[in-house]
Design a protein around this ligand. Sequence first.
Ligand SMILES: Nc1nc2c(c(=O)[nH]1)N[C@H]1C(S)=C(S)[C@@H](COP(=O)(O)O)O[C@H]1N2
Ligand SMILES: [Mo]
Length: 394
Amino acid sequence: MSDKRVYSICLLAIISVILISCGGNVQPGDASKAPVIVKYPEKKEMILLTDRPPQLETPLKIFRQDFTPNEYFFVRWHLANILTKIDIDTFRLRVGGAVDNPIALSVNDLKTKFAPDSVVALAICAGNSRSTFSPKVPGSQWCNGAMGNAVWKGVKIKDILAMAGVKNNAFEVTFQGLDKGALPDVPAFIKSLGIDRAMDGEVMVAYEMNGQPIPMLNGYPLKLVVPGWYATYWVGSLANINVLTDTFKGFWMKAAYRVPATGPDEKPDSLAKATVPITSINLHSIFVEPDTSEKVSANKPCLVEGLAFNDGSGIKKVELSLDGGKTWVETKLNPDLGKYSWRRWTYDWTPKSGGDYHLMVRATDDKGHTQTDKQWNRSGYARGFIEQLDVKVN
Ligand SMILES: Nc1nc2c(c(=O)[nH]1)N[C@H]1C(S)=C(S)[C@@H](COP(=O)(O)O)O[C@H]1N2
Ligand SMILES: [Mo]
């Protein structure tokens, strides 16, 4: 890959429309609309939600792989003017604010002046699966494909801040990329972490994703990785780190990406009054197979598989119901790929007779919490609902 990349995302996008339902499994927000399939630079066939800014969803079939290939990794930007080219030789990551020595680091500095760190971690949009909320909520109508599992390699924020020397009264750290709104009054996409989270030795700035440079559309050349927390914090095209002595009051922390203070659950007719910024990934499990557009036959083996995940507190078991929740069987868990990875579950099913089956899946974490069958919030965040799948057996 050349270091100086120049391309126009709009011109190169090849747009075609084909008829698929949302990966075959989840009913999309509007099932009557055919998904629009696009091919953007460095990307293969993705489901288009919007193109300015680009929001691209990963087709569900890709989740049969443990690591989501970069060319299929979902894309989600908020501001219209995203980076489409950069001179990597002059690019600097600037670290300033309440530090002893403000610093400016090139990508090469990050690769050569610090100990490399890597982690397998799930990046998942807070609004993943939003289209399945009922009653419907506004926002991008994602199915289950606004997530992906990858190996991230880079440098711990702790090490970078140590080089700059954090002052004793540091309270929060903000992170900002090079993307900009179409109009000057659109708030810049800036996220903040408490100083303890930023310095916990897990939060890192990645320069590699699955052994490759990060695709432009996923935030080349640098992306913040906050394992276990929703991807809203995973700031792409990261260029500025600023240490604050107070709480950050920008739009993307104070107004957007917030959930009820009591958790991601509230009632449509009595919305929670107190809200807090969304943080850790809620316990959830989804179906990846069978694809309901494929035939399932009686007395023939059918693999039922899916993924379970949370904030890193471990998946103890995943149970499957083949009879609409009357009885549950334990599925097989694939080897753990790391605490912040998703965990694959499988079940070898041989339906004894034809008919309509109503499958359900629920995960239990290492602390003994099991997913519930009801959850809703006004923003469609942090889906943790027990998923259901109707399968017709011939
Ligand atoms: N600079 C910048 N970083 C950003 C965003 C953004 O709009 N601008 N969106 C965030 C959100 S909400 C998500 S879900 C992830 C998406 O990362 P991806 O595009 O690599 O999938 O990026 C996060 N980082
Ligand atoms: Mo997101």
